[in-house]
Design a protein around this ligand. Structure first.
Ligand SMILES: Nc1nc2c(ncn2[C@@H]2O[C@H](COP(=O)(O)OP(=O)(O)O)[C@@H](O)[C@H]2O)c(=O)[nH]1
Ligand SMILES: [Mg+2]
Length: 245
C-alpha cells in the first residue's frame, strides 16, 4: 500500500477512495496544526450546511474523544451523527498511513445513518506535513492559524501545497500578532496555482459562507463527475471582505 508521497505532484493522482460518486457520500478531510481551528470549522460548517445537507462527522483524537464531545455539546448535529476515533498514535499516521480505524468508522457511520451526503473527517492535527490519504478522503481542507506566523503559506509543505482548499483562519488576530493577511493569501496563491484559498475568522463566522459554498460545489462536482476533478470556481476571497465588523 502506498504511503509514498512525492510532495510536488498533483493531489489528484493518488488512488481514489473505494466506491465512487453515487455509491457513497463525499468524504472531506479537515487537517492542519493543533489549535488552528479545525473543530471550530467543523462546527461552523455543520451550522451552515446542516439544514440543507445530511452530514456526518468523524473526529480523531489521540487518547480521548474530546473533539466529538465538544461538537455534541455545541449541538451542531444530532449526537448520533458524530463519532470519535481514538487513534492512540501520531495523528498523521491514522489519516495517512494506517487509515483502517478511520475507514471502518466512516463506513460504519455512513451505513448506520443511511442518508449521508457529506462526511467531515477532522484530523487530530499535528503539523504542516499532516495530510490525508486519498484512500480515506475525496477532498481535503487544510486550516492554518494566522497567529502561527504570516510566513507559513510561503514555507509551503504538503498540507498547504496539496490541499483542495486552504483556509487561513483567525484573521481577526492579525492586528494583534503583526500578521499581513493579504501577503499570506498571495503567498498561498503562488504555492497553490489554480487552487482556492479562503481567509476566515471562524469565531465571528467571517468567511464561513465561502467555505460552505466550496463544500456545496464540491458535492455537486462529486455527484456529477466523480472524484477526479476539483471545482475551480471557488475564488480566492479578498481577506478584507471577510474580517467581521
Ligand atoms: N480568535 C479566534 N479564535 C479562534 C478562531 N477559530 C478558532 N479559534 C479558537 O482557537 C482555539 C482552538 O480551536 P479548535 O477549533 O479547537 O482548533 P483545532 O485544534 O484545530 O480543532 C479555540 O479556543 C477556538 O475558540 C478564530 O477564527 N479566531
Ligand atoms: Mg480539534
Amino acid at each position: 500500500m502506498g504511503a509514498h508521497h512525492d510532495h510536488n505532484h498533483s493531489p489528484h493522482r493518488e488512488t481514489a477512495a473505494p466506491g465512487g460518486p453515487g455509491d457513497r457520500p463525499l468524504r472531506i478531510g479537515i487537517g492542519g496544526p493543533v489549535g488552528s481551528g479545525k473543530t471550530s470549522m467543523v462546527a461552523a460548517l455543520c451550522r451552515a450546511l446542516g439544514n440543507d445537507l445530511s452530514l456526518a462527522v468523524v473526529t480523531n483524537d489521540i487518547f480521548t474523544s474530546e473533539d466529538a464531545e465538544a461538537l455534541r455539546r455545541l449541538d451542531v448535529l444530532p449526537a448520533d451523527r458524530i463519532v470519535a476515533v481514538e487513534t492512540g498514535c501520531c495523528p498523521h499516521t491514522a489519516i495517512r498511513d494506517d487509515i483502517s480505524a478511520n475507514l471502518d468508522a466512516v463506513e460504519a457511520l455512513e451505513h448506520r445513518l443511511g442518508d449521508v451526503e457529506v462526511t467531515l473527517i477532522e484530523s487530530g492535527g499535528d503539523n504542516l506535513t499532516a495530510i490525508f490519504s486519498r484512500a480515506l478522503v475525496d477532498r481535503q481542507i487544510f486550516v492554518i492559524d494566522t497567529a502561527g506566523g504570516d510566513d507559513i503559506p510561503r514555507k509551503g509543505g504538503p498540507g498547504i501545497a496539496t490541499a483542495d482548499l486552504l483556509v487561513i483562519n483567525k484573521v481577526d488576530l492579525a492586528p494583534h500578532v503583526g500578521a499581513d493577511v493579504a501577503r499570506m493569501v498571495s503567498d498561498a496563491n503562488e504555492r497553490r496555482p489554480g487552487q482556492p484559498t479562503i481567509a476566515t475568522a471562524v469565531t465571528s463566522a467571517a468567511g464561513i459562507d465561502a467555505v460552505a459554498e466550496w463544500v456545496r460545489l464540491s458535492l455537486e462536482d462529486w455527484q456529477a463527475d466523480g472524484p477526479t476533478e476539483t471545482n475551480s470556481s471557488s475564488a480566492s476571497v479578498a481577506p478584507n471582505a471577510l474580517v467581521g465588523e
